[in-house]
Design a protein around this ligand. Structure first.
Ligand SMILES: [Zn+2]
Ligand SMILES: [Zn+2]
Length: 248
């Protein structure tokens, strides 16, 4: 039986039991276009996703009148070990709400849908990067043990399928349990994650171009720390894809 048919059948059966509702405002989705299946048209419009590539160095969306420079006002003082970043948009409003929902255990479907949306918007760029494999920002085992859901791993899994490149799920490990980055000043964030990451094997990444996946990039210190470890182990270039770019 074709998988598509099974999926349609399962979706229809689920809709009977749980009538679909918007992942953000919880209004009924029964009358909505199927491509916005998890969000209502209103919430989807409010995401305000632009086709704009954003700052290549940090992924910030800068609007149509920003000067075209290799680094923007948000990252001009940073020296990152990764080469480029792409995001869906800035971490604010509805996109921020989506990112927070994606972290919940029931956010699984939203992660998949937003990964597909990401891929459809940035397919050309992702293919131009010509990556060999994917990795994700890992969680410390204590967090996993507490049942925390790793959005980055889920995103990377889906992206790997779309790009048809292998996802090295176990490649990066978090050696130290660190304080939550969100509550720290930028300089403390860097220190907090400086020696937090390690890799399990350098054999797989020698001379490779790697796509590193995370849900949100704020100061860039976490992605930078992971990229440094990967490059030290012989990776050629690191590119970063995140759902959203947190500014200031
Ligand atoms: Zn809604
Ligand atoms: Zn920038």
């Amino acid at each position: 039986m074709p998988t598509q048919f099974i999926k349609q059948f399962t979706d229809a059966a689920l809709d009977l039991v749980y009538p679909p509702s918007c992942g953000l405002c919880h209004c009924s989705l029964e009358q909505q276009a199927p491509q916005h299946r998890l969000l209502c048209d209103d919430c989807f419009q409010k995401l305000d996703l632009t086709e704009d590539r954003g700052c290549p160095s940090c992924g910030a969306k800068l609007g149509p009148f920003a000067p075209l420079t290799p680094k923007c006002v948000h990252c001009r003082n940073d020296r990152f070990a990764f080469r480029e970043v792409v995001s869906l948009g800035n971490y604010q409003g509805e996109l921020k709400a989506v990112c927070l929902q994606c972290k919940e255990v029931h956010g699984h479907h939203l992660v998949q849908q937003f990964c597909d949306l990401f891929f459809d918007r940035h397919q050309d760029l992702l293919e131009n990067w010509d990556i060999d494999c994917l990795a994700c920002v890992p969680q410390h085992w204590r967090k996993r043990f507490r049942g925390a859901y790793n959005t980055s791993a889920e995103l990377a899994e889906r992206m790997s399928r779309r790009l048809q490149k292998p996802f090295l799920r176990q490649l990066l490990v978090k050696k130290q349990h660190t304080s939550d980055q969100a509550g720290l000043l930028p300089s403390h964030r860097r220190k907090n994650v400086k020696n937090a990451f390690g890799i399990t094997s350098d054999r797989l990444i020698q001379g490779r171009r790697i796509l590193l996946i995370d849900d949100v990039l704020t100061t860039g210190s976490t992605a930078d720390a992971c990229s440094r470890v990967l490059k030290k182990a012989g990776a050629d270039e690191i590119f970063v894809a995140v759902l959203a770019r947190g500014l200031g």
